[in-house]
Write a protein of this length. Structure first.
Length: 356
């Protein structure tokens, strides 16, 4: 066989060998290449007890974030859901479904606050996934009105019971704890900003000035634009009560969530904020370069665990809001970051584990 034939056969072997090689551009081990796309659906989680070593499968509550990305990494859709386990069932915390019943024969009484907390008597029987920013109102056939309002700062359920001859032109701000028209009957959550040890210090307060951030009740939503000088009638009308000749008409119980609309409103705000963002640029819901937040991160990337100050245990801004929502954002950010991990945008070691 002559020299030229050897060369031809050698060339054919090389060509056939190259054709047999796998498509290197499809090999994920080689890293990002021009053909790589971020388009797809990605899911991330944050859960209670993670800082203590609890696995997701064992958690009693968790946050799930789902994002849809296009080729460039733009978030085309975002969903965030908070699940809690109650009586063996998983329930979305932002579900607005509630069972509410009113007993007009009952008179609300004050709860005993502080370490020796005990609930008072209530007119209301309420079952739902979460009570944050909850309200309810009803009017019986005799013209008596009952209302329940969950304070965003103390997390107490305040109740109002008004007789059939009540003057509804009375400014809402005059319904104070001291007057007996505003009764803190039940503690709905232990995570309030203000945790009173006694009601004596708040005797002259009404529902709109209990604490500095009480204004969030009227900042937007059901009571948006109202204030302490607004009439009681205006507040009752905002809760669905109709009036005829200045008197409230009989009404079965109506309920809802004021302000941003409870957890559903908070998470809707986050979803709206995320839509249109570039996920490659927005790698967290929290700006961890802020000194008071960065100082709360320990060596294991856990936030709010090894600190004493409440300012660094919670990423929350009730004045300007964070990502458009007044919520504890560190745990929501964890869930979002985990979706970015699944998308390959950040690594698991880059995730800041928020305080659940």
């Amino acid at each position: 066989m002559d020299k030229k034939l050897y060369l031809v056969m050698g060339a054919l072997v090389v060509i056939l060998g190259l054709l047999a090689l796998p498509n290197l551009t499809d090999n994920p081990l080689l890293g990002a290449v021009d053909e790589t796309t971020l388009e797809g659906r990605y899911v991330g989680y944050s859960w209670s007890g993670e800082n203590d070593g609890v696995e997701l499968e064992e958690a009693s509550s968790y946050i799930e974030t789902i994002i849809e990305l296009d080729n460039e990494g733009i978030i085309t859709d975002a969903r965030m859901r908070f699940f809690v386990q109650k009586d063996g069932f998983w329930i979305p915390r932002q579900s607005g479904n509630s069972f509410v019943e009113v007993d007009f024969d009952a008179d609300p009484t004050r709860a005993v606050p502080g370490e020796d907390y005990s609930p008072g008597d209530s007119m209301f029987t309420i079952y739902n996934a979460d009570m944050m920013s909850f309200y309810a109102a009803a009017v019986n056939d005799q013209g008596e009105t009952a209302a329940a309002l969950v304070c965003p700062t103390t997390r107490y359920q305040f109740e109002i019971k008004l007789p059939d001859d009540f003057d509804y032109d009375t400014p809402f701000g005059e319904l104070t704890i001291e007057s007996g028209k505003l009764v803190p009957s039940t503690l709905t959550s232990g995570s309030g900003i203000l945790r009173p040890e006694s009601w004596d210090e708040l005797e002259d307060r009404n529902f709109l000035n209990i604490e500095t951030y009480s204004y969030v009740v009227t900042q937007r939503g059901t009571f948006g634009g109202l204030n302490e000088e607004s009439s009681t009638r205006e507040f009752m009308e905002a809760m669905g009560v109709e009036f005829s000749d200045g008197r409230p008409r009989s009404m079965e119980v109506e309920y809802g969530y004021f302000g941003m609309g409870g957890w559903a409103g908070n998470y809707r705000s986050i979803e709206d904020y995320l839509a249109g963002q570039n996920a490659r640029d927005l790698t967290s819901l929290v700006d961890w370069s802020i000194e008071r937040y960065a100082g709360g991160i320990n060596e294991e990337n856990q936030f709010g665990i090894d600190v004493e100050s409440g300012a660094t245990r919670t990423v929350q801004d009730g004045v300007d809001t964070i990502s458009g929502a007044t919520v504890r954002m560190s745990r929501e950010s964890t869930s979002y970051q985990r979706a970015l991990v699944e998308a390959g945008i950040i690594r698991e070691q880059d995730v800041i584990i928020g305080r659940f």
